[in-house]
Design a protein around this ligand. Sequence first.
Ligand code: BG6
Length: 487
Amino acid sequence: MAKVSPGVGPRFPQVVVLFGATGDLARRKLLPGLYHLATSGFIPACRIVGVSLDELDADGFRQAARSALDEFGKRKPTDTSWQAFAQGLDYVPLSAGAQALKAAVERAEASIGAECRRLHYLSVPPSAALSAVQLLGQAGLVERSRIVMEKPFGTDLASAVTLNRQLHGVFAEDQIFRIDHFLGKEPAQNILAFRFANGLFEPIWNRNFIDHVQIDVPETLGLGQRSAFYEQTGAYRDMVVTHLFQILAFMAMEPPTALEPAPISEEKNKVFRSMLPIRPSDVVRGQYNGYREEPGVDAESETETFIALKCFIDNWRWAGVPFFLRTGKRLAEGQRIISIAFREPPKSMFPAGSGVGAQGPDHLTFDLADASKMSLSFYGKRPGPGMRLDKLSLQFAMHDTGMQDDVLEAYERLILDAMRGDHTLFNTAEGIERLWQVSIPLLESPPPVRLYPAGSWGPKSIHQLIAPHAWRLPFERAWRKPNQLGG
Ligand code: BG6
């Protein structure tokens, strides 16, 4: 269990109004995360009011929450901690309206004292976000509140601009937290530490030394219960315009003047401003065989379950360096990596057949799994006569540090930050609108979806997209096992 350090949590008790309380994200991540935060001392006190279309009462919601914790929670509830948590759960169906919601929040507040704050978490699709915001406005629940907006934020530039404008009609910007859970992943923040806490890497972090970058997030998962959401969303809106571009910004941004929300957002937004519009000819869209037969999916659906693309950041540091992004459902492996390929040396003096360059360029690889890993690969001499070269690597695995249990799950970290009012790891309206703007050519003229077999790495044309380079995944050499020495 993560250690609770002083000052990491909010000062005030919290009432969480959870929209989409019976949905997939709430079940998998938000309820287990809130349970952990509430029962481990991170929050002084916490009450949760669930809201959704389902006609449940508080007991029905407690049962749904319990089954979510049993199925998805990493820490199984004990009787005592469950009782304490369950007591703090209440539920209001959307159909009950603003006054019923207000009454439930006031009941919750009365049970934890007047000095409390509200966190409204909108775990709903973009089409439902605005009506939830308006309901909160009508219920008079804006004061002492912060609001977390789930991605995708809008579905294109026009809808994001409208959503921002209407949101600002109810909440002030400093109350709004546009979440991207990839930025709450410990290894994503470690990119900032790696780049800016060390003198060694930043001097080579540019077009003079880096040949290309891959951000590759294949998933073995399918749709689960989410076909209705996914049909309207697809892989680009679900993953790229949100998570992958955010990770790209951490990887590519200039050093911020301080590790604070405004300077970090400013540097990320500069990356987005420098991004060239996405050309449809640089994009491969795919759909796994069988997707159209899934329940809730249109028999002629053109929604992509896979996307790979090439994009460019046209600034002083990165001009001409391609960034290759890939993600999709039902692929061969579940991985989340950033791989940075360094330029090869200008001349090889090694004899023919030495093996130099045979296994690709030197790479720096970040694994964004919770148990994060990093690897720097390079050519080194194989012992013995002659000059045979092998690919070797220096590897770091969080497992080896013994600190693995201190890792907070991404949503937990971000919920705590939002409760504390810390915007550092959240997105701004400007950044999101710019990302929709660079997406216009692709959204207006998407290339046709190509079918791919479930369990593969996507449509065949992904190889043309990246040529003359090659996708790092699947890895030729596996990560070293924790605590295991050797190459
Ligand atoms: C979510 C997407 O935001 O991220 C899902 O909606 C995806 O489709 C998920 O599976 C991946 O997140 P993680 O943390 O499991 O890598």
